[in-house]
Design a protein around this ligand. Structure first.
Ligand code: NAP
Length: 253
């Protein structure tokens, strides 16, 4: 049955930033596809997502870690493996944005955005990848952005971080493809989440963005979830090093 190729039965996933937005949608979709899921948030924000996944009959735990802190990044993987036994799927979703003209951008904001959006995903992928290589397989999905391709407006650190996410996705994919560990990224378009609240609150930017989206609407977090299930499943076994746009046609325009 072709649909069996999409099943995640028996797999264990770690999803960062799973308390809200895209991460919560992905974590729940992985659970619906059959996976047990460790749901991470900065604080205790992933408890609800985790409870919804347990209600499906899967195992799930909520974990906390401030990903701007390297010791917390390092501890997170051990906590997930310690509770759920292993990790077959890592979704590096947590991310942040700071908006300011480049001349006003502070070193602190630059360093923070690069740490949370780029260094933390790489360091988690390195740690989890090592376990996956020892097991002979695994799936890593990094959440990139349209700003992996475009420069954006007033968000230079965010654009730099997401450009880096797309590039390290390909670098790890090349190294690990022959060892059964597939590394891909999803580049969401404009999705209605906390991340884009400032844009949606600005009537001019909001209108300009909407007018450019061929699909004629902002995306919802669930619009990203199907692509994540696909990339984590056997159906995508020969897909690696890819940055999958899920953007309502934005980049095609
Ligand atoms: P969101 O609701 O703001 O989600 C961001 C998540 O990242 C939150 O769960 C947040 O956790 C977590 N996070 C942020 N800083 C953290 C830190 N220092 N330590 C630990 N966790 C941290 O927005 P979203 O749109 O769903 O964003 C998810 C991902 O999609 C991000 O990587 C974002 O860059 C990317 N993305 C979004 C869009 C879009 O249009 N929305 C487009 C392209 C890419 P807490 O809530 O616990 O702080």
């Amino acid at each position: 049955m072709a649909l069996d190729w999409f099943s995640l039965d028996g797999k264990v996933a770690l999803v960062t930033g799973a308390g809200t937005g895209i991460g919560a949608a992905i974590a729940k979709a992985l659970g619906r596809a059959g996976a047990d899921v460790a749901c991470h948030a900065r604080g205790d924000g992933a408890a609800e997502t985790s409870a919804e996944i347990r209600a499906l009959g899967r195992r799930s735990i909520a974990l906390s870690a401030d990903l701007s802190d390297r010791a917390a990044q390092d501890a997170l993987v051990g906590e997930a493996v310690g509770t759920l036994g292993r990790i077959d799927i890592l979704v590096n979703n947590a991310g942040m944005i700071r908006r300011a003209p480049a001349v006003d951008a502070t070193d602190e904001d630059w360093d923070l955005v690069l740490e949370v959006n780029l260094s933390a995903p790489f360091r988690l992928a390195r740690r989890v990848g090592k376990l996956m290589l020892a097991e002979g397989g695994g799936r890593i999905v990094n959440i990139a952005s349209l700003l992996s391709f475009q420069g954006g407006i007033l968000v230079p650190a965010y654009a730099a971080s997401k450009g880096g996410v797309a590039q390290f996705t390909k670098a790890l994919a090349n190294e690990w493809a022959s060892k059964g560990v597939n590394v891909n990224a999803i580049a969401p378009g404009y999705i209605a989440t906390n991340n884009t609240a400032a844009l949606r609150a600005d009537p001019t930017r909001s209108r300009q963005i909407l007018e450019r989206i061929p699909a004629g609407r902002w995306g919802e977090p669930d619009d990203i979830a199907g692509a994540a299930v696909f990339l984590c499943s056997d159906a995508a076994r020969y897909v690696t090093g890819h940055v999958l746009l899920v953007d309502g046609g934005w980049m095609a325009r």
